[in-house]
Design a protein around this ligand. Structure first.
Ligand code: SF4
Ligand code: F3S
Ligand code: FES
Length: 248
C-alpha cells in the first residue's frame, strides 16, 4: 500500500542553501533514491542528485539520510516509520556542487598519491605466483565501490578541513595496506603510510567499517594490520624483515 512520506531535502549551492520540506508518495519496495526521483519528476525538476546503477554497485548515490552516510539506492523506505520525517543531505565532508551532489575530487587526489603496485623488477608478467590466502585478502579490499562513505564519516576529516592535506582517509589507507601486505609488492610503504598518508591520525574508531556498504572490515583487516607493521618497523626492523620474507 502506498502512503505519503515527509521528506526534508537540502537544496543549495556553494554560496549556501537550506532544508526544504516536501510530501512525496511512497510505494511498496521503494528506496530513498526512488523518492528523490519522484520528487524530481513531480515537484523539483531542478533537484541535483548523482546516481547511476541503482543497484549498490557504482558508488555514485552517496549522501546522508537522517545524518547517516548511506547509498540512496540501498536505503529502503521500509526502514522508516510511515510518519517519520526523512532528511536527505549531501555528504558533509566534501564541498557542495549543488543540492545532493558533492565534489569528491579530494579522493582522486589521495588515490594519485599512492605509489602503484611495484612487483620485483626481474619478474615477468605470467610469472606472478601467489598463495590463495593472499589472493583472498586482496579480494576483500577489491570489493570497494568507491562510494567514499567511509571517507565522509571519518571524524579525522569530517569536521576538520585542516586535516585533509595530511590524511588519506580509510579508503586509501586500505589501499596502502593491501599493497603493503601484497607478497609481490616490493615497495616498503610503512614510512609513507605514516608520513604521507597520515596513518597516525586514525585512532581506530571503526566508524568507516560501520558505514561500508560492501561490509569490508576496513579497520580490522586493513588499518590495524598496517599500524602493526609500522610499529614493527619502528621498534624492530628484524621482525618486519622476517614477516616479509617468511610469511608468504
Ligand atoms: Fe565505500 Fe567501503 Fe569503499 Fe569506503 S571502503 S569507499 S565505504 S565501498
Ligand atoms: Fe577514521 Fe576509520 Fe580510523 S573512521 S579514525 S579511519 S578507524
Ligand atoms: Fe549506484 Fe546507488 S546508484 S550505488
Amino acid at each position: 500500500m502506498g502512503y505519503d512520506a515527509k521528506f526534508r531535502v537540502w537544496r543549495g549551492d556553494p554560496d549556501g542553501g537550506d532544508l526544504r520540506d516536501y510530501t512525496v508518495e511512497v510505494n511498496e519496495g521503494e528506496v530513498v533514491l526512488d523518492i528523490i526521483h519522484r520528487l524530481q519528476a513531480t515537484q523539483a525538476p531542478d533537484l541535483a542528485v548523482r546516481w547511476n546503477c541503482k543497484a549498490g554497485k557504482c558508488g555514485s548515490c552517496s549522501a546522508e539520510v537522517n545524518g547517516r552516510p548511506r547509498l540512496l539506492c540501498m536505503t529502503r523506505m521500509s526502514t522508516f516509520a510511515e510518519d517519520e520525517l526523512v532528511t536527505v543531505t549531501p555528504m558533509r565532508t566534501f564541498p557542495i556542487i549543488r543540492d545532493l551532489v558533492t565534489d569528491v575530487s579530494f579522493n582522486y587526489e589521495k588515490a594519485r598519491e599512492i605509489q602503484s603496485f611495484t612487483p620485483p623488477p626481474d619478474l615477468k608478467p605470467g610469472e606472478y605466483r601467489m598463495r590463495q590466502v593472499d589472493v583472498e585478502r586482496s579480494q576483500e579490499f577489491r570489493k570497494c565501490i568507491e562510494c567514499f562513505l567511509c571517507q565522509d564519516t571519518c571524524h579525522v576529516v569530517r569536521d576538520h578541513e585542516e586535516n585533509k592535506n595530511a590524511f588519506a582517509g580509510p579508503r586509501f589507507l586500505m589501499r596502502v595496506a593491501e599493497l603493503e601486505m601484497h607478497p609481490l609488492d616490493v615497495a616498503d610503504r610503512r614510512e609513507q603510510a605514516q608520513q604521507e598518508h597520515g596513518l597516525g591520525y586514525c585512532n581506530i574508531t571503526k566508524c568507516c567499517t560501520e558505514v561500508c556498504p560492501e561490509h569490508i572490515k576496513i579497520t580490522d583487516n586493513a588499518l590495524i594490520p598496517l599500524k602493526e607493521r609500522v610499529v614493527d618497523r619502528k621498534f624492530d626492523p628484524v621482525v618486519w624483515l622476517g614477516n616479509k620474507l617468511f610469511r608468504r
